[in-house]
Ligand binder design. Structure first.
Ligand SMILES: [Zn+2]
Length: 187
C-alpha cells in the first residue's frame, strides 16, 4: 500500500519532517496520512453505518476487522478495547450507535491468544501496590474465551438501554487461520 507507515517515504513526496533521521512512529503515521489524503475523495456519506451494524472487538493488532469481515468504509461502527469486553463504556457507545445512528445488529469478536488470558485480577492489586491507588475498573481477564464471548453477548442482550438486542452474535477469530468461529450463546 502506498500509504503504509512501514514504507520509507517516497523521495518525490518527502517533506522536511519525513526527511529527518529521528522520526518517531507518530511522524511516520502522519506522513502516511499525507499520502492517504492526497488520493482521498470525499465519499459524501453521513454518519449512519450503511450496514446498520456495530462490531465490538479486541484491540489486538493482528485483527484487521475490515478485511476479516469484508467491510468497507462507512459500513459499520467499530468499538474496540482490551479483550473486546462489553464494559459500561461499550454500552454507552452501543446505545448511541443504536439510538442516534441507526444500527440494529451487534457482532462481538474475541480471538485466540488474547493478552487478557495471561492476566488475572492480581493486575489491579499489583497496580495498587505500585501507585497507591486501585483502579476503579476490572481487568476482565478470562481463561475460557468461549465463556467470555457468552458473557459479552449476555451483557448486550440484557442492557436496558439498547432497543435492538435480537441480533447479537459472538465469534472467536483465530489469529493463525484468519477464520471466525461462532460461539453458541447457550452452552
Ligand atoms: Zn485480545
Amino acid at each position: 500500500m502506498s500509504t503504509s507507515a512501514h514504507l520509507p517515504a517516497d523521495p518525490a513526496v518527502a517533506t522536511p519532517s519525513a526527511a529527518r533521521t529521528a522520526d518517531t512512529v507518530t511522524d511516520r503515521l502522519v506522513e502516511a496520512n499525507r499520502q492517504y489524503a492526497a488520493d482521498f475523495r470525499d465519499p459524501g456519506m453521513d454518519a449512519r453505518p450503511v450496514l446498520h451494524v456495530a462490531v465490538v472487538a479486541c484491540m489486538d493488532a493482528r485483527l484487521d476487522l475490515h478485511s476479516a469481515l469484508g467491510l468497507e468504509l462507512g459500513d459499520c461502527h467499530t468499538i474496540r478495547n482490551a479483550g473486546g469486553v462489553v464494559t459500561e463504556d461499550v454500552i454507552r457507545s452501543l446505545t448511541i450507535s443504536q439510538r442516534a445512528l441507526g444500527t440494529r445488529s451487534v457482532i462481538l469478536v474475541h480471538h485466540t491468544g488474547c493478552g487478557l488470558e495471561t492476566l488475572t485480577e492480581d493486575f489491579r492489586h499489583e497496580l495498587e501496590a505500585e501507585v497507591g491507588q486501585r483502579p476503579p475498573w476490572a481487568v476482565e481477564s478470562f481463561r475460557d474465551v468461549d465463556q467470555d464471548v457468552r458473557q459479552s453477548m449476555q451483557r448486550v442482550r440484557t442492557s436496558p438501554f439498547l432497543p435492538h438486542t435480537d441480533d447479537v452474535r459472538g465469534f472467536v477469530f483465530d489469529v493463525s487461520t484468519g477464520l471466525l468461529r461462532e460461539v453458541d450463546p447457550v452452552k
